[in-house]
Design a protein around this ligand. Structure first.
Ligand code: G6P
Length: 610
């Protein structure tokens, strides 16, 4: 968690660093700070709370400074106070850090015994003091950094400035992401490319163990063995403006509306001449014939994408597919067939989620084939995988995932269809029908988005209820889980998602007039069963709101209201369409309740700590 940014160049840096921080705010937002270097002096501004709280104090920084670093925090060690906010200062330097230093307690004790006074409760301050002490022994900051890094255990990316070195910033990466952006006589860096993509699309993705000396006219890099190397420069695909709100009130709203475009972009990239492109799907990197079982691991919304995938993957591949929360999987002893016969599929928007990454590393050590579906190129999970499919969602900034979910489901589906085709397990007609339906999915998504007005009205009726229940069967049971997660994440309303068939084993006891129940009831093979469950709720005076076909008279009769959702034949596409309703409902309820939709309390988008 936490986001870091930096700039060195010919322009005044404060606004650039501030804007970069705003882009990083999804990573944590309980306190923030900026330090600049000007005329041999470090000037610093930091505050608790949101990045905007910095505005008055950054106005007092030297406005002409062209070297600066910034940090937005998601507290791990110490409360989100001003004192604990980064940058942290030690003699002659200011330092920012993303990650966790696991052995900071021993190091802190050692430093205290040497007479060092600590101003914060953070693990980060330890690094600042260690570097500062090393700088007394060597005039070369890179040497000091190399020495300090050897002593740190855990995951981190760090950056620091030294008052006597006016034209350099020093950075290091170990376990937490760090990307450098190369401009014209200016260099940017950040925890991800959105920090600078509006200025440059030339990026260097640092690898674990890399350290760099960053100057306006270029950078020098050393790898983990201390050897200098020439970096690979990547031209990133995300365009300027793709990480902006583009007129929408919130990123989340913009991202919900982007879903038809995400589907079109995915189709364009993965389907060539009406055929799935095996190379674009990453199928060439996996030995499919070897696979005897599949584990899918993920967290949060990505986990629900994995749960959905199980529905189509098992029948299409003819393999048993286990879907598991990465935080659980990593600490048990799952069974793996030897020699690449187990495929571990990791699904992660950020590609940095610590638990998912740990599963990938563990399974890789055990000889599994690793395939990942990620949205961020060169992210840790992407890099650790034998094969991968990069999603086409563009940057997702809202903490609650929306378009990434659609993209994950679609990518997993198309990958599965491609794999099934290679294994000779899917009849051509079935495949052609799926690809045909895929072409019209963006249009149906547009229709689903048209339901927004009626959902706004519904939200204004429901927003004060303290509890919600979401139900569905088949893939809709997963959408019920996702609907409940979305609602609790951004509106702080307690919500549960249940497979409708499970109602009578417990949750039906909750049913009364005070708990709105959202039933996801498309016209699919479960329709009759779902309607019976809705009837059971109605018989107990429950109030049910359906998500389904608004021409469906039966559904309309038994529900208080139906959120219209187009009906399509393909069950995966139907699930994607149903999701729009639960996304909008959560969003508009949260807006009515006045919560911070894009940055809900206590959460962060990229969970790089356990
Ligand atoms: C956090 C985010 C969720 C996301 C989950 C997994 O909890 O708030 O929106 O689904 O992490 O993130 P990943 O980047 O691995 O998909």
């Amino acid at each position: 968690m936490c986001g870091i940014v930096g700039y060195i160049g010919h322009r005044p840096c404060i606004q650039i660093v501030f804007d970069g921080l705003k882009k990083m705010e999804y990573r944590g937002y309980d306190s923030a700070g900026i330090a600049v270097l000007d005329n041999g002096q470090i000037a610093l501004s930091k505050e608790s709370g949101k990045i905007d709280n910095l505005k008055p104090s950054i106005a007092k920084l030297p406005q002409g400074a062209t070297v600066g670093i910034g940090h937005t925090r998601w507290a791990t060690h110490g409360l989100p106070t001003r004192e604990n906010a980064h940058p942290h200062e030690a003699e002659h330097l200011a330092l920012i850090h993303n990650g966790i230093i696991e052995n900071y307690k021993e190091l802190k004790l050692e430093l205290i015994n040497q007479g060092i006074h600590f101003r914060s409760e953070t693990d980060t301050e330890v690094i600042a003091h260690l570097v500062s002490l090393e700088l007394k022994r060597t005039p070369k900051p890179i040497e000091a950094l190399q020495k300090v890094i050897k002593r740190l255990e855990g995951a981190f990316s760090v950056a620091f400035i030294v008052d006597s070195i006016p034209d350099q910033i020093f950075v290091a990466k170990q376990g937490s992401p760090l990307v450098i952006g190369l401009g014209d006589k200016e260099v940017f860096f950040g925890s991800d490319i959105t920090a600078f993509v509006n200025y440059t699309q030339k990026a260097i993705f640092l690898q674990d163990g890399d350290i760099a000396m960053v100057k306006a006219d270029g950078i020098t890099l050393w790898d983990k063995t201390g050897k200098e190397f020439t970096p690979k420069i990547t031209h990133v695909q995300w365009s300027p403006g793709s990480a902006d709100k583009q007129g929408f009130r919130h990123y989340m709203l913009k991202e919900i509306h982007e879903q038809p475009r995400v589907v079109s972009a995915t189709t364009q990239a993965l389907v060539k001449d009406n055929k799935l492109d095996p190379t674009a799907l990453g199928l060439d990197k996996i030995d499919l014939k070897k696979i005897k079982s599949v584990h899918i691991v993920a967290c949060g919304t990505a986990y629900y994408a994995g749960m959905l995938a199980k529905y189509f993957m098992e029948p299409l591949l003819g393999l048993s597919v286990n879907v598991e929360l990465a935080s659980e999987f990593r600490y048990r002893d799952p069974f793996f067939f030897p020699n690449g016969e187990t495929l571990l599929m990791a699904i992660s928007q950020s590609g940095e989620t610590a638990d998912t990454l740990a599963c990938v590393k563990h399974a890789k050590d055990k000889g599994c084939q690793i395939f990942s579906i990620c949205n961020v190129a060169y992210s840790s999970i992407h890099r650790e995988s034998h094969g991968s499919l990069l999603m086409f969602a563009g940057p997702e900034i809202g903490v609650a995932s929306t378009k990434a979910f659609t993209s994950q489901v679609l990518c997993a589906y198309l990958w599965t269809l491609g794999a099934a085709q290679q294994l000779g397990r899917v009849p051509t007609v079935e495949l052609d029908a799926a690809l045909q339906d895929l072409k019209t999915l963006p249009l149906y998504l547009d229709q689903a988005l048209n339901a927004e007005e009626s959902i706004i009205e519904l939200a204004s009726k429901l927003y004060q209820y303290p509890n919600f229940l979401f139900i569905g069967r088949g893939m809709s049971s997963v959408i019920a889980l996702e609907g409940a997660l979305k609602l609790k994440e951004i509106s702080y309303i307690h919500a549960e998602g249940y497979a409708a068939g499970e109602l009578k084993h417990g949750p039906i006891a909750l049913v009364d007039k005070q708990i709105p129940i959202v039933a996801i009831a498309p016209h699919d093979r479960y329709y009759e069963k779902t309607l019976s469950n809705v009837e059971e709720i109605c018989a107990r005076e429950g109030q049910v709101y359906g998500i389904g076909d608004d021409k469906d008279q039966r559904l309309k009769e038994i529900c208080v209201q139906v959120i219209p959702c187009p009906s399509v034949k393909n069950p995966v596409f139907q699930a994607i369409l149903s999701t729009v309703g639960v996304q909008f409902l959560a969003y508009h309820i949260a807006v009515k309740r006045g919560t911070d939709v894009d940055q809900p309390r206590n959460l962060a988008k990229s969970v790089t700590v356990e």
